[in-house]
Design a protein around this ligand. Structure first.
Ligand code: NDP
Length: 262
């Protein structure tokens, strides 16, 4: 847990405003990084939060405990995004546990970077299952429960639409697919008062892309702000979309990337 995520949760909890009180959110990959910061932020805003994890039950437990310590409700469930049954079960389990579902955050994702010619069939299957198939299936399962005011928010990447890097073909392909999913969902679910949006992070300091990693300086240097972002920066945008501020935003792709491609 980073100091930034804790600070965000505490600040929102202490503000006295609970814009998501009574709402239930499911955050995939909520055990670490952007997903953990998002789970904490939505809980601080008043939502009951279910979060999925694949390999780190300890980290997921930590997030649950932090939410409970702040007076919120949380539940962690193992759901490998590569496993359709587990994805469906996580949606059904959330509804069973909390009685409803209002907000789905498709956050869990993996990156395999490397020259195009070296990407294996296993890589293709694994990345597309996690980054494309799982958000598709989770959205489908969630849509059956979402009602007026429901939200589907997916975490894409600046590499989907804004910038291209050599070595990023598979990852960019997978994240670009979320644009089609989001825009079409916005159209299909709009008549029911449900929105679908995409948040594209730039370089965010997490285990996936640490701010002290090999290419960190280069990435920070490419942003207009000359700096890495924090997981809480992405969480704040998700919280905005999840709340009343997102009421009239749908089918949108919102960059949270420090001006990566301006
Ligand atoms: P991290 O690697 O820090 O965290 C990944 C999270 O996803 C963990 O909670 C992990 O669970 C979970 N996860 C990974 N694979 C699976 C799977 N197969 N099934 C279920 N859960 C899984 O990543 P970030 O927080 O950095 O990334 C979050 C999202 O943001 C991803 O979609 C990523 O592509 C996107 N993104 C990140 C950027 C960055 O710079 N950090 C930039 C652009 C986009 P567990 O703890 O159990 O392993």
């Amino acid at each position: 847990m980073t100091a930034a995520t804790t600070a965000t949760a505490t600040a929102a909890a202490g503000s006295g405003t609970r814009p998501l009180a009574g709402k239930v959110a499911l955050v995939t990959g909520g055990s670490r990084g952007i997903g953990a910061a998002t789970a904490l932020r939505l809980a601080a805003d008043g939502a009951a939060v279910a979060l999925t994890y694949r390999s780190r039950p300890d980290s997921a437990d930590q997030v649950v405990k932090e939410i409970e310590r702040a007076g919120g409700q949380a539940w962690a469930v193992r759901a490998d995004s590569g496993d359709a049954e587990e994805v469906w079960a996580s949606v059904a389990g959330t509804v069973e546990r909390f009685g409803r579902l209002d907000i789905l955050v498709n956050n869990a994702g993996v990156g395999v970077l490397g020259p195009f010619e070296t990407i294996s069939l296993d890589d293709v299957d694994r990345v597309l299952r996690t980054n494309v198939r799982a958000p598709f299936l989770a959205a489908q399962a969630a849509a059956a429960h979402l009602t007026e005011g429901g939200r589907i928010i997916s975490i894409g990447s600046c590499m989907a639409e804004r910038v291209a890097f050599p070595g990023g073909t598979l990852y960019a392909t997978s994240k670009a697919a979320l644009t089609g999913l989001t825009k079409t969902l916005a159209r299909e679910l709009g008549p029911r008062g449900i929105t679908a949006n995409l948040v594209h992070p730039g370089p965010i300091d997490t285990d996936m892309n640490p701010a002290d990693g090999e290419s960190a300086e280069m990435q920070a240097g490419l942003t207009a702000l000359g700096a890495y972002g924090q997981a809480s920066d992405v969480a704040a945008t998700v919280a905005h979309l999840a709340g009343d501020g997102g009421r009239y935003i749908t089918g949108a792709s919102i960059a949270v990337d420090g001006g990566f491609a301006v």
